[in-house]
Each structure stands twice: as C-alpha cells, then as structure tokens.
Write a protein that binds this ligand. Structure first.
Ligand SMILES: C[S@@+](CC[C@H](N)C(=O)[O-])C[C@H]1O[C@@H](n2cnc3c(N)ncnc32)[C@H](O)[C@@H]1O
Length: 161
C-alpha cells in the first residue's frame, strides 16, 4: 500500500521479516535492518543471498539505538521488533526520521495477552509494552490502530511533526 522506497527494520534475527518487507519495496528501494547478534546476522545474510532482494537489504550490526542516531535517511516504513524495553526509545529515536504519512509498525504489543492485566503480569517486557501502547495512544502527532492478530501489531501513521 505504501510502496516504500526506504524501510528501516529494528531487529533482524534470521532475516525472515526483512525478506517480507523487501518484497514491498520500489524497484530502487532499500531496506536497512539492525541487529546486534553476529551469528544470526550471518544466517540472515546467507538466506538473503539466495533471494531476489540481496541487493536491496543492508544489514548494520550493533546496538540499534546507537546506529539509528547515525542514519541520515528519511523512511517511509519502520518496523520495530527488537528488545521490548526499548520500544519507546526506538519510537522516539526514529520519529524525526519518518516522513509525514509514513508508517511505524511495532510487533508483539499484546505480549500474548499479558498487557491486558499488567498487575498480574508485571514482568519488564509486559510493563514496557503496556507503556509503549499508552504512549502511542496519547501521541497527538499520529493516528494508530492495534491489529489484534497473533501477538498484536501496533500500526502508527505519522500525521505531523
Ligand atoms: C524478535 S527478533 C527479530 C525477528 C525478525 N524481525 C523477524 O520477524 O524475522 C529480535 C532481534 O532483536 C535483536 N536485538 C535485541 N536487542 C537489540 C539491540 N539493543 N540492538 C540491536 N538488536 C537487538 C536480537 O538480537 C534479535 O535478533
């Protein structure tokens, strides 16, 4: 729907979602994906090499928050799928780098339903995701919908700076 030219993915793992995202890129598009795990990054690259998208995927290895600060790009689509306690930090760090009308998608925001009862599920990830969901809901610069399939996808459209 977006026909993105620039996608940022935070959390590469084995490279599966990178391939799914790359499918939607424009012909001259590029996906930048971030992860700190060298071993899984090697596996991801070995899969991309066998795909039609190997020229379009650029992997950066290291701490995602540090790398985001160095990226001089404007993104059409951003997928957040790394460590849950940092979701709100990733959101704040990428917000200036996504164009108006661009979309941020965050995975696992229902955390298996635990966010519905944070008092009974007060682990670090659940608390962080609950706070992240509340932060998005309160953000007047965006419109959003929480897609309640599987583990929950928060879809956020930037309306203004
Ligand atoms: C859920 S997996 C990503 C799955 C992938 N998006 C997919 O669907 O195929 C989360 C990844 O985030 C990475 N990660 C966790 N904390 C990170 C950090 N601070 N900086 C960069 N990557 C991180 C982990 O190494 C892991 O590979």
């Amino acid at each position: 729907m977006l026909e993105p030219r620039r996608i940022l993915e935070i959390g590469t793992f084995m490279g599966y979602s990178a391939l799914c995202l790359a499918e939607g890129l424009t012909d001259d598009g590029k996906l930048i994906t971030l992860d700190m795990n060298e071993e899984t990054n090697r596996t991801a690259k070995s899969f991309w090499e066998k795909s039609d998208y190997k020229e379009k995927i650029e992997a950066h290895l290291g701490d995602a928050l540090k790398i985001i600060r160095t990226l001089d790009e404007t993104f059409d689509l951003i997928f957040i799928d790394a460590d849950k306690p940092n979701y709100a930090n990733y959101y704040d760090a990428v917000f200036p780098k996504i164009r108006t009308g661009g979309v941020i998608v965050a995975d696992n925001v229902l955390r298996g339903g635990r966010v519905l009862d944070v008092a009974a599920n007060a682990d670090e990830d659940t608390i962080a995701l609950h706070r992240f969901n509340e932060k998005i809901e309160a953000d007047e610069r965006v419109s959003n919908i929480l897609l309640s399939v599987r583990d929950g996808l928060m879809i956020v459209r930037k309306e203004k700076d």
